[in-house]
Design a protein around this ligand. Structure first.
Ligand code: HEC
Ligand code: HEC
Length: 86
């Protein structure tokens, strides 16, 4: 009974470590929305296409992941939020 409980604790710990590693890796791959002036006015997803749609100033690379809802993956930087308050 005791050995079994110990194994359960170890198993849960192992799962938590794996989840933590996955979380760290997934967060680092995606760069945040830059905090520069160009992006200070782009507050919602609809405005991103003005520059990032095909044929515009900064089109996405062909291999870019799913293109809906930019802000789920690209987090707004704090710097940028401060800019928009001013
Ligand atoms: C006024 C034009 C404009 C708008 C609107 C705009 N962008 Fe950009 N964005 C750019 C340009 C130009 C670059 C590339 C130059 C650079 O790296 O600063 C860029 C770069 C980026 C990058 C890459 C940053 C990096 O580190 O390589 C991300 C992510 C991004 N934009 C996300 C967004 C999202 C999300 C929106 C909508 C909320 C948006 N942009 C709206 C012009 C714009
Ligand atoms: C599913 C998550 C996800 C969504 C949704 C998403 N992106 Fe990205 N984006 C990424 C990742 C990951 C990269 C880095 C790709 C790489 O390094 O090759 C990236 C890279 C970029 C870049 C840098 C240049 C490039 O093409 O690699 C820009 C600009 C950008 N995204 C803008 C946007 C905009 C605008 C939207 C909404 C129309 C959007 N992203 C939606 C995950 C996402």
């Amino acid at each position: 009974m005791n050995a079994q409980r110990k194994m359960t604790v170890q198993f849960v710990g192992f799962i938590l470590i794996v989840l933590a590693i996955l979380f760290v890796i997934s967060g680092k791959r995606v760069m945040p929305v830059p905090g520069d002036e160009r992006h200070a006015r782009a507050r919602d997803v609809a405005s991103c296409g003005a520059c990032h749609a095909p044929g515009m100033a900064a089109p996405l690379k062909p291999g870019h992941p799913p293109k809906e809802q930019c802000l789920i993956c690209h987090k707004l930087s704090k710097q940028r939020n401060q800019m928009s308050i001013k």
